[in-house]
Design a binder for this molecule. Sequence first.
Ligand SMILES: [Zn+2]
Ligand SMILES: [Zn+2]
Length: 257
Amino acid sequence: MLRLRSLGSGSTGNATVIEATGLRTRRLLIDCGMSLRVLSQRLGQAGLEPGQIDAIFITHEHADHIGCAQRLSGQWRIPVWMSEGTWRASKLSFETHLLRLACSEQPIDLGELYLAPFAVPHDAAQPLQVRCSNGQHDWGVLTDLGHINDAVRQALAGCHGLLLECNHDPELLQQSAYPAFLKRRVAGALGHLANDQAAQLAGELQRGQLQHIVAAHLSLTNNRPELAEQALRTAIGSSIALTVAHAHSGTPWIELG
Ligand SMILES: [Zn+2]
Ligand SMILES: [Zn+2]
């Protein structure tokens, strides 16, 4: 069994649990961009405690992703994976035996759960996103990227589930009160994925084995759930399940299979 639950998504804080159950259960937390108190609360709502997390994967050093990583890892002695660039840029210190450096296209075996990190274009030091497999089903997690390239397409080909950034609607972004430099940054090639860009990728991946898409990292200012949903539905039709992750409450558990 392979299931995913978002504990919150967007610039107010990202965290996602992936749980694989075979002979035993392994749980991975992807990002923890909130305080330890809030994260513990949200884990509690998912029926979990911090001590039940087996590994942490940090995608990049932005505060909405790295949040309480140092405290969570230190307090519960959880190994934490990230790229060397992310670690250096974060300026955080982890216990040597708990810090694990991840590289693009270098698989990580957590037992029951296999990770395939891949590089993405985003304005961070060395950002990685990740595909997680239990050998039967695969979840792809993809947020915080300015555009889709062939390496990203390849990394996610054949995924069964996809947590996919739908950050903004280009028109709402242009109309917003954001300063011009920030609008340029968000919409730029190293910024965030717009609804139509996400929809295009979803449409391409749909030709594989895709069962479920979670629309994630929606901007509270420059997007609306119904706009993200509409863009994705136009691209994928009605046969694939679709959930929009809430900024604070995330999603329920979503199981593949
Ligand atoms: Zn982010
Ligand atoms: Zn970011």
